[in-house]
Ligand binder design. Sequence first.
Ligand code: 6PG
Length: 224
Amino acid sequence: MDILEYQIRQSFHSAVCGLIHEIAETSINKKGVFRIVLAGGDTPAAIYHRMRELETDWTKWFFYFSDERCYSENSGKLNFKMAKDSLLDHIPISDHQVYRIETYLGANEAATLYNSVLNEVNSFDLMLLGLGEDGHTASLFPGNDLGESVSAPSAIPVFNSPKPPTDRVSLSMRRINDSENVIFLVSGESKRLIVEKLKSGSELPAAKVKGKISTKLFYLTENQ
Ligand code: 6PG
């Protein structure tokens, strides 16, 4: 994993959006589509806001989610709602380009449903991920089954998340690692210790993430 540190928010945003743009254009030129997975959390939200400005053919983009919180269908606390407000409602795309995780049905049913969606989808071109102080990523928390085996489903239900709410659906580690490129989006002094741990190698969930082409962690050291 390459770790890149930034002190200035503008430089962090430009570097991340520049790389997302480059990966998107490469995918579109090569395959005619770009499959991106969106993460939840505050750091990704700020990036989505900036992504609206990208000059790209948005009709070629397909959006998926790394994980979702179990709340009612239109709750403001959903990762889907955050992505909608910060990006999806502001770009020229249609509904069939966005694949939300339907957690209002409950974690088990939503995971089953998302599995059937993802079974039809090839490797992701880009996976965006957040990072928790405890080393979690998506909704894969230390001590839980991360879904690492070759037979693990793409999406797994989670019932004991230490970050609220307790019930969630997450992509499994197996499916996360079936991505060409991975970008971690991390900010704030509270994340310094965990970023150091990842640098020195560790057994934490985030340390197990490895894209097939590249894995980069962008760290904005100041709080946003
Ligand atoms: C969520 C995310 C979670 C998040 C990290 C980092 O539901 O919140 O799935 O994995 O990305 O906790 O979030 P912050 O950037 O807000 O610290």
